[in-house]
Design a protein around this ligand. Sequence first.
Ligand code: KG4
Ligand code: ZN
Length: 336
Amino acid sequence: MLILGIESSCDETGLALYDTEKGLISQALHSQVDLHADYGGVVPELASRDHVRKITPLTRLVLNEANKSLSDLAGIAYTAGPGLMGALLVGASFAKSLAWSLNIPSIGVHHMEAHLLAPLIEPSNAPELPFMALLVSGGHTQLVHVKALGDYEILGESLDDAAGEAFDKTAKLLGLGYPGGPKIAAKAESGDPTRFKFPRPMTDRPGLDFSFSGLKTFALNTVHNNSPLSEQDKADIALAFELAAVDTLSIKCKRAIDQTKVKHLVIAGGVSANTRLREKLSSDLKAQVIYAPLELCTDNGAMIAYAGALRLQAGQSSDLGITTKARWPMDQLDAI
Ligand code: KG4
Ligand code: ZN
């Protein structure tokens, strides 16, 4: 069964073809980073318009690269939420109308579920069920107990900023640009770990929730107290922030694993690309840490195609109505 996957929830247009026998056979990604860079963050209307421009040529590209045609498709999966409403609507209307014209099913996929499943695209990487998942992206920070496909219990989440959002805001504060995660990580390479000590929010009390806005405020105050910043100051602050964010995530993961006794932790979402996070979790935890290849950590069409394929194989599909959800809790996963 050949499935076309379409990701358009934010600032990346991602297309991919997933074959249920052969695996991932082609993928293409257009990043809008340059388009939004001048604004220091994603401009929703610009994002939607760019998805409109890229979605058709990228569909052609993935089909040509795999030597396939539209008539080979058995289903189309698209991101139905959560995300920017206009951007989601571009992918959803394209997917639905194409599926309707080909007389094949379409399936709306939850973006965070797709992130969660991305490390499983490569079968040799598959964890044992049940497992723990740490979802860390620009919009979400969640600890999810995965009991089966579609059976997710959220054990903890951020009460304010997401981890990726804190990276992005701190990078902006330091004048490092957008997206902040990779910029902070690169700058932190030359930082002095003894210079600043940032707090580890909410680790001094029980529970699995997170709070990252205090870390951002701490960064703001540190910047004010040391302005004007030299390049070394920026590197020292970037490193102190990164160490605090990574440590906080690791402490909560350790708690979640002790509590549930699962043997595997899957880390997914853009922040799971962070090398320091990967290393820290692998050294601190008893559980085996599993993550996707770098290109499948941040937004992409492959994870949508894969999650859609699993749901189509399970007999689910969406109706013809175009339903997208800007907000969509992951423990309320009715197919849409
Ligand atoms: O999953 P994603 O591509 O998009 C959302 O669904 O939000 O995640 C994007 C987030 C951004 O906040 C970005 O700064 C962060 O992931 N990110 C990183 C790294 N690469 C991307 N954060 C820390 N370290 C990285 N290497
Ligand atoms: Zn994402």
